[in-house]
Ligand binder design. Structure first.
Ligand code: MF3
Ligand code: CO
Length: 250
């Protein structure tokens, strides 16, 4: 069942999402060669708590950390580690969630560590654009899979592939609510979008094939072919009319 939010509830979600967005900004500025993903995790936890939030991922289904830090061929759910040192030319996905007054916010971004090849830069740009195109469809009267289709079309037009095994989701008093929001599919399917729906839209895009596998640590998802992968996510609220409110945008 989809949980529709009142305007008051959306304001509470906006507060949680603001904590996520501000923390993300701090982390983006901290990414540089030599930094470990564990250091980024510590920073994330400190900033979320300073801003009055609770880390949403830590303890969620036994996930051990605050941040998901996914480097290069890691797609999502990379577990921060002191052994994982960022190097010039890497890319890193920073996925964060926070709880404020019982409501969740969730967002992700992928950034370059120093300079990266043009082909990888295109991957980041296209994935971010795919998220934006998905968000453009998140308006009253459209159906859920219009979001999915817009994302897939953009990604595939650039020769990249959309991960199937992980999807976006409704969000609110829980991190994962109905509906699932796939990043692929035919348009015009699924529930009609209505005001009060709050969705975490999160394309995961591979340079090679879309197949992924999960490592022994039970979390880290990597591409099967070793190709690099990008992930962007926003929490958005469907409005009575016009474009959605992007709650995780500062
Ligand atoms: N943004 C991801 C998601 O929505 C992050 C979840 S990581 C977990 O699924 F540890 F919380 F599972
Ligand atoms: Co999410």
């Amino acid at each position: 069942m989809i949980d529709f939010k009142t305007e008051e509830e959306i304001e509470l979600m906006a507060a949680a999402c603001k904590v996520v967005a501000e923390t993300q900004q701090v982390l983006v500025n901290a990414v540089k060669p030599g930094v470990t993903t564990l250091e980024l995790d510590r920073l994330a936890e400190e900033v979320i708590c300073d801003l009055g939030g609770i880390p949403a991922f830590k303890g969620y289904r036994n996930y051990p950390k605050t941040l998901c830090a996914s480097v290069n061929d890691e797609v999502v759910h990379g577990i921060p580690s002191a052994q994982k040192v960022l190097r010039e030319g890497d890319i890193i996905g920073l996925d964060l969630g926070a709880i404020v007054r019982g409501f969740y916010g969730d967002a992700a971004i992928t950034v370059a560590v120093g300079s990266i090849p043009e082909s990888v830069n295109t991957l980041l740009r296209v994935t971010k654009e795919a998220l934006e195109k998905g968000i453009e469809q998140a308006v009253v009267g459209k159906r859920l899979s219009d979001i999915s289709h817009a994302i897939q079309s953009h990604v595939e037009a650039w020769g990249f592939s959309v991960v199937r095994d992980f999807v976006g989701h409704g969000i609110g008093r829980q991190l994962h609510e109905e509906p699932q929001v796939p990043n692929y599919g035919r348009p015009g399917q699924g529930p009609r979008l209505k005001p009060g729906m709050v969705l975490a839209i999160e394309p995961m895009v591979n340079m090679g094939s879309y197949h992924v596998r999960v490592l022994e640590d039970q979390w880290t998802a990597v591409t099967v072919d070793g190709s690099w992968s990008a992930h962007f996510e926003h929490t958005v609220a469907i409005q009575p009319s016009g474009p959605p409110r992007v709650l995780t945008q500062l």
